[in-house]
Design a protein. Sequence first.
Length: 545
Amino acid sequence: MRYQSTLSGTFILRILTAVAVALGAVAVSAAAGNAEAGPAPLWKTQWQLPGAGISGPDEGKTVTDMREERQQARWRTRRIIFNNDGDDSWRPETREEFLNLRTAPLVGSHVDTMFYATTQSLGSHSHNSRAAELSAAPGTMAHRFIEQGTDNLEVMVEFCHENDTELFWSLRMNDTHDYSNETMRPRWKSDHPEYLIGTAENKPRCQTWTSADFSHSWVRTKVFRIVRDVCERYDVDGIELDFFRHLCYFKTPSYGGVATDDEIAAMTDLVRRIRTMADEEGARRGRPILIAMRVPDSLGYCLALGLDLQRWLEEDLLDILVVGGYMQLNPWEYSVQLGRQYGVPVYPSLDESRHKGDAMKRRMTLEAYRARAAEAWEAGMDGIYVFNVFNPLNPLWNELGDPEKLRGLSKSYFVNYRTVSHARSYLAGGEQYVGIPVLDPLSPMVLEPGAGAATTVNSGDDASTLPPTAAVVLRLEMAEAAAGLGVSVNGHRLESGKFSDGWMEYAVPASALVRGGNNIAVSLGADAAGAVTVSDLQLCVECEE
């Protein structure tokens, strides 16, 4: 039963408020002698009753109810999930400017869900946390919000709910931006260097020495308290555990090995604690708190890092699976099948390209994002997740969430959109988990005279989905024109290639294109003067728009 508007209800609420304030004072006092707490947060003088803005306890709801209700809530339509890294709370001068910067213009677009991150570095956050240090400097909008009795996360929750948009708080599980920017380093890392992966003098082989070492119960407890605080005090629809920021959690894999059983068990214990707490808090407020996770798209790769994704799925510890990030390891169908097996929706993380120069630029176009989304929809994904794209006026927010609309739009398909070098930057030997074809300037196709090679380009288009006036063009990047090249698409030999500005271009009959994987075969005549290097491949669908 919810609180009623009666004299007894009002009286009880006053008592709860008084008790809460008293407990807050005790907590502040305890924090003064607890290095984990860091600097006293602003709630010392502006403390709110836990659950402020959240409806009161529903005595009729149980943890079992939450498990059943989140089974339904996890399948809500999410055409596009917009990941906002929270940098919008620094520059604006007013609440209106804050919302207009990245959020308000998205109303009415395909963005059904917002993931809002407040992590500057693990344990340093821009929302008014009771369990972490405040990263908002005086004069920033995030700081002014707190002075006004609210904060950036609460403002986002209110706005999104007013506009029928789902809101998740996103926790970057081991963010290490403080590695390159020491001003972002939370005090606890200086106070407790023993809880870090390494030191400035003893750096790990993989990733950064400022990463927190999750083998320590102190670190796991700190993370748990940060998450619990949000679940207790904010009316979020869910939380995201963003393991991709950054993929470094234990010393063993960081120094060249694979995670031990104890390390794996330690992380699983933390995830279980968070899941149990979220269900309990959901029962208290009367509706479930979903848990999303962003992880690499390989069970083996995750496990080697200490993330036992398969066990987490088996134990129903997550509701939404977001895969990919800095790299893609498997075809999207791999993750779709995994999600179907365990009854969770799956979303591909479409991050910005980390290639360099022109290879990056051509993968960052609107046409390339359309292609990536079309490929993901064709693979059976439940929606699209976009990371590190923040312009709310970008046309992609009104295009990527509708596979039917995408079929009439121009696209640029590539063999791969992200480099795979990150696979070994997080895990020694990580390239062994790469299960997709790769062709880019870092991994070119080299053709010897009299030999050939083949690769695959995934497409969301074929002749039945393309407008009659659409043109399909295959482009191969090479230093100079090469005689004796033979090129085919799905067995259809292409003729009359033309060389222009470093690219061989071939017209492709629409009838040769298939939805899903397209086999691209390239051969070099035996009488060629020497080897030919194809440094990139692009399959363009050109539509009149």
